[in-house]
Design a binder for this molecule. Structure first.
Ligand code: SAM
Ligand code: SF4
Length: 487
């Protein structure tokens, strides 16, 4: 019998990408195989995002196309999961009667069971209001079908306990829950044994990782009564207050044999602690890249956003990170047009962005999200034309510093990991530097994704570097997958 096929479309951030890997793992464990042609898939999963406006417009557009497809192919099964499903369940049900399964952010592990149930009972909606503390709540803890063999994401915490007034994440992802320390280290060991050499730790505020862990959930290992408890960086601290464990985690993950690159996203500037900077500097495996979301350069807007730092404090933290970590690249997120943002507020954002000399800035136009505090500030919404002019101005400033940062690397030899053939030019390979920069280079021999090499940088743009291969340093350790074909 021919295996059923599936296709997953992911909207949104790396957390969602990671949830999608997990849904793929569950579907494959149920006997499905990836569809070679997504339009012909038997099961289509839309893993949604509601952080910014265009994500929901895109979802409803895609659902419209799928309605027509289902009229032509009634066997087509549709699953909608993720943040928008969690937040917008009634609207989704109203607008998408042709969807077989709607599930939220806390019950991703139920995807296949719910699909089976829908075959018996018709459309199913199951949303949990809270995550369980058990392993299933964490996307990494279940069978995962990783897209990339040499690199893996790992959720170290879910949810967020902050209250940024523009942000829907706490409502859709729930309260902050850290995954037990020992489980994370054990998972990295398993991944490394499987040939993974790059790990990206995921969380909404990774600095606060471990704050909620009881002693039992901080266990790292040990023999008999000699149990090791994470938190060694605090052994000398006699205040015995519960401390976050992110720096310890960075150290423990970096120490796993075979792990050469450790990345993470995102730390919150208010919680970026000195020991994290030390752990980044002292562990060679931790990459020289920090994503530190600024959001605004105006203190009054930062207060209205509930961010918990001033522009000056942000710049001090940034300076400490740059002073402590050699050759650090810094990226950021900035929102333009938060309610009440005056010309003066915006000028301050421009000035801080110029001062900070970011390597990369993700800039967003404020989008009122139903259920957030800032969505109720309608009387202070900024005129869309003004916002769009500001957005362009900010883009000019951030592109200028990105270009300068990239040009400064011309003439250097970078250690890269090959990602694959360049999407724009099949004669070139694309790779990542330790600073998370995209570096394209020509190679006479085909190098497999995951290969480590050194490359001389010869050219630069605002979003890329280009160069020439100097030497191959190491071949990837993972096995090459034999492609699975449907039929
Ligand atoms: N937890 C991370 C943090 O605090 O930086 C990131 C959370 S969010 C998934 C990623 C980015 O989306 C935020 O840093 C923010 O810049 C942007 N964002 C979130 N809500 C937004 C909104 N309502 N309008 C525009 N941008 C938004
Ligand atoms: Fe949203 Fe703020 Fe939490 Fe980030 S820290 S997820 S922006 S509430």
């Amino acid at each position: 019998m021919t295996a059923k096929t599936y296709a997953i479309r992911t909207f949104g951030c790396q957390m969602n990408e990671h949830d999608s890997e997990r849904i793929a793992g569950l579907l494959e464990a149920d006997g499905l195989v990836p569809a070679l042609d997504a339009d012909a898939a038997d099961v289509v999963v839309l893993n949604t995002c509601c952080i910014r406006e265009n994500a929901d417009n895109k979802l409803y557009g895609t659902l419209g196309h799928l309605k027509t497809a289902k009229e032509q192919r009634p066997g087509l099964e549709i699953i909608v999961s993720g943040c928008l499903a969690q937040n917008d369940r009634e609207e989704l049900q109203r607008r998408a009667g042709h969807v077989d399964v709607i599930l939220g952010t806390h019950n991703v592990h139920r995807a296949v069971e719910l699909l089976h149930q829908s075959r018996e009972t018709g459309p199913v909606l199951e949303i949990w209001d809270e995550a369980l503390e058990e392993a299933e709540s964490f996307p990494s803890a279940l069978a995962v079908r990783r897209e990339i063999d040499y690199s893996a994401w790992m959720s170290i915490q879910i949810g967020c306990d902050n209250t940024c007034t523009y942000c829907i994440v706490p409502a859709v992802r729930g309260r902050e829950l850290s995954r037990p320390f020992g489980e994370l280290v054990a998972e990295v060991q398993r991944l490394a044994a499987d040939g993974v050499h790059e790990i990206t730790l995921l969380g909404q505020n990774v600095n606060s990782y471990g704050r909620d862990l009881t002693l039992a959930r901080r266990e790292v290992g040990g023999v008999d009564d000699d149990v090791l408890i994470a938190g060694s960086l605090w052994a000398a601290d006699d205040s015995r207050r519960i401390r976050p464990l992110f720096a310890d985690l960075l150290t423990a993950v970096s120490a796993v044999e075979g792990i050469e690159r450790v990345r993470f996203t995102s730390p919150h500037p208010k919680d970026l602690r000195p020991e994290t900077i030390i752990a980044m500097a002292e562990n060679d495996a931790v990459c020289n890249h920090l994503h530190l979301p600024l959001q605004s350069g105006s203190d009054s807007i930062l207060t209205a956003m509930h961010r918990g730092y001033t522009a000056e404090r942000y710049l001090e933290k940034l300076a400490a990170a740059r002073a402590g970590i050699e050759d650090l690249a810094v990226s950021t997120d900035i929102i333009v047009g938060f309610p009440g943002e005056s010309e003066d507020d915006f000028e301050r954002t421009l000035a801080v962005a110029a001062d900070a000399e970011f390597d990369l800035a993700y800039t967003f136009i404020f989008s009122p999200r139903d259920g957030t505090v800032a969505a109720t500030y309608a009387d202070r919404f900024v005129d869309p034309d003004v916002v769009s002019a500001r957005f362009k101005q900010l883009h000019t400033v951030t592109e200028r510093s990105a270009l300068a940062k990239h040009r400064a690397r011309i003439g250097r030899v970078e250690e890269v990991v090959v990602e694959g053939v360049s999407r724009r030019n099949d004669q070139m390979l694309s790779s990542r530097t330790r600073q998370n920069k995209l570096l394209h280079f020509a190679s006479a021999t085909a190098l497999r994704p995951g290969t480590r090499a050194s490359v001389l940088v010869t050219d630069a743009g605002a979003h890329y570097l280009a160069g020439e291969l100097v030497e191959v340093l190491a071949a990837p350790r993972h096995r090459t997958r034999i492609p699975v074909s449907a039929g």
